[in-house]
Design a protein around this ligand. Sequence first.
Ligand code: AMP
Length: 453
Amino acid sequence: MKLSDVKFSDLELPEQLLKGVTASGFEYLAEVQALSLPTSLSGKDVAVQAQTGSGKTAAFLITIFEKLLRTEPPKGVRGVCPRAIVITPTRELAVQVAKDAEEIVKGGDLPIRILLAYGGVDYQKQREEISQGVDLLVGTPGRLIDYLKQRVYNLRHVEMAVIDEADRMFDMGFVSDIRFLLRRMSPYNERQSMLFSATLSERVMELSYEYMNIPELVEVTPDNLVADKVEQTLYHLGSDEKMSYMLGFLEKEEWTKALVFVNTKRAAIKVRDTLNANGHPTVLLSGDVTQVNRLKVIKRFSSGDVKVLVATDVASRGLHIENISHVINYDVPQDPQDYVHRIGRTARAGKSGKAITLACEDYVFTLPEIEEYIGHSIPVGELNSDYFIDFKKPPRRPRAIKKISGSRGRGPSGRSGDKRAGNSSNKSGERRGGGGSSRRRRGGSNSSGGGNK
Ligand code: AMP
């Protein structure tokens, strides 16, 4: 488990809760906790990519306990309604979660009643205990549904819901059970939902977008070990040579699926249009793409219907797509962590992959920082003169914004894109200019950096 350098005592947790956490032997936040707790403690939904052993259980338990201690239960609740529910795919995991929860509760003497509901044993006993009231109910789908149908409890006012190991729920055929439970809960915007999964695959993301309230995606930084599986090459090029070289590369090299990263939304549109105009059907994922369209784009790319996806960092965080043979950093990222995230899109599931980075005068300045972060310099590739090819410019896009505003001839057309980037109508639940680093926004020569993701 990777520990961060943030201490639990640095978080403003209720005193009793801190005592319980300390009694469990935790002092420093694990990486997954450091990445998810700031968001989940603020009440927002999170979809977290994390493995067992990462410390994910404490991440959601601390969020639940903090809220239960800080707020009064809702009024007008009829029957037994747990304030929080954790759904796990297996009985063993449910027992482990309840055990971890009990440890914190006992250590801090928290007034929280935790009960289990899982199949195979103690049918009457569990039923009776639950019927006497419960704050946190932990269970497996089958038994939870059984008691729910019998009205032993209901979920109409549940305040927090956790789906643990969501990808295993799919593998074990529980997804319709999960949907059944989610549909019987309080409305998605009246509860906090947290989803944990070893991978945030398309099917998991679909579930989370359907039932959660614009979850923030959290991905534990793949370690450098993952990055090391990727064959990395850096090419130094002028900014006006990059497109020609990339097209030449795509024409002459062997590849199956390419994910092209750019630093701004404006660049994303330009690169997509140019690729489309030059025989490479390409789709786009940026902060302006709505949630519904995101899923369509991801589907087209993962099915192989289109072989190139152009994306910005914010839009692609947590994305899990199989069989990406090449990641192309059309722009050098402005945050070293983004470099690792980007190249980690290839070399998934133990496979190897290739990442090429086109360093130009606009973005090369973050290269030293990236190389320091990954612990080695990126091998510089020799430029192949055959790859510099002539290409077609895409047809000009109509300047729709002019019609709306009625203004004439002021500034480059890209400005309109920037304006839209700045508003809050982002439905895809991405961090605006986020990713946990302010460094990205300080970008020197590229004035379109801030908020233009
Ligand atoms: P999990 O990924 O939730 O299965 O957690 C793996 C193990 O890490 C459990 O035994 C936890 O008790 C332990 N753990 C969780 N968070 C921390 C932490 N911040 N410091 C030390 N151990 C932790």
